[in-house]
Design a protein around this ligand. Structure first.
Ligand code: PMP
Length: 331
């Protein structure tokens, strides 16, 4: 019989899919690493598994313990999945810009969710970083994975995402493009690809306009899960060869195109990374380029945001015509 013993055994080994239309005939191959194929629906399943197992080995997380983490949703889902399998409790702390859909997903997995304001600096007592620190002190048996400082975050990518890409492309990958949140994905995957290719693979970060990685000061932007207003320990500044800055407008336009033209329903950070990858393909103008772009999560958590015309127009982004018609419109 062909079955997995546990959902956790299905983390990683996600497919690579060629982008055919959104590249607008740019020469070369642009391949998407589609991370919503992970069982929890995002790239973060990879780090959740690795961080929890390392904490158990180090004796930091004991049976019946509670996992407390500031997370924009995806890391929470990954952690909640691992927690269920192993019998831990979860408390997640989210900034209020995270969609309600995403928060409800965490609750559905049995986690507790605490919501904090987005528009305060990280050192503010109400920030989601500060609140999670306080909860760790107050809850007995609490352990904070701290994805922003945990070396097992980039390590998970060094051990899985990097080798997968090298094998899937038979060593022909020329560029790796990824958004940067904690920096775990780009640092771990990028370092592996650098080492295995002797520095031949170019590592390219995609970053929202306003974030520190592309020289901003942390000015607010709407795309979720990427960009920062501080420099996390998990981001290795040596790895990326360059950073491409992408506006919210371009990120959201590409997110919509991926759904309509490639049938890939993905989140805004995936649209941002894909926009950077397509821009790079045009710039390189090289038929031998093999650009791999990582798409971190699926789009179902964003139906009331990037996929909602009213939401898009409220923020001044042009929306394509609606795909839904009412009977009255047809009469
Ligand atoms: N996209 C989304 C939707 C995310 O939640 C995250 C993680 N914050 C990222 C991209 C960025 O990944 P990383 O933290 O590995 O840099």
């Amino acid at each position: 019989m062909d079955y997995a013993n546990a959902l956790l055994d299905l983390v990683g080994n996600t497919p690579l899919v060629k982008l055919r239309r959104v590249t607008d005939d740019a020469p070369g191959l642009v391949l998407a690493k589609v991370e919503y194929f992970n069982p929890g629906g995002s790239v973060k399943d990879r780090i959740a598994t690795r961080m929890v197992e390392a904490a158990e080995e180090a004796g930091e997380l004991k049976p019946g313990g509670t996992i407390v983490e500031p997370t924009s949703g995806n890391t929470g889902v990954g952690l909640a999945m691992v927690a269920q399998e192993k019998g831990y409790h979860c408390v997640f702390v989210c900034p209020d810009k995270v969609s309600e859909d995403k928060r409800n997903v965490l609750k559905a997995y049995g986690a507790e969710v605490v919501v904090c304001p987005t528009a305060v600096p990280p050192e503010h007592p109400g920030s989601y970083y500060s609140v999670s620190d306080r909860l760790v002190r107050e809850i007995e048996g609490a352990w904070k994975p701290n994805q922003y400082a945990n070396t097992n975050n980039p390590r998970a990518h060094y051990e899985t995402t990097g080798p997968e890409l090298w094998e899937q492309t038979e060593g022909r990958i020329t560029h790796f493009v990824a958004g940067i949140g904690t920096g775990g994905t780009i640092s771990g995957t990028g370092r592996y690809l650098n080492e295995v290719s002797d520095g031949r693979v170019q590592v390219v970060g995609a970053d929202p306009h306003g974030s520190v990685y592309s020289g901003g000061t942390g000015r607010p932007y709407l795309v979720e899960g990427v960009g920062e207003d501080f420099w996390p320990d998990t981001y290795d500044r040596e790895v990326a060869d360059r950073i491409i800055e992408v506006s919210d407008a371009d990120s959201f336009a590409m997110t919509r195109r991926l759904a309509r033209e490639e049938a890939m329903l993905v989140g805004g950070s995936a649209g941002m990374a894909a926009a950077a990858a397509v821009r790079l393909a045009h710039e390189l103008d090289d038929p031998d380029a093999v650009i791999v772009v990582l798409l971190p999560d699926g789009g179902r958590g964003y139906l009331t945001k990037v996929f909602d015309d009213e939401w898009l127009s409220r923020y001044g982004f042009l929306a394509p015509p609606r795909g839904e018609k009412h009977v009255g419109d047809l009469l």
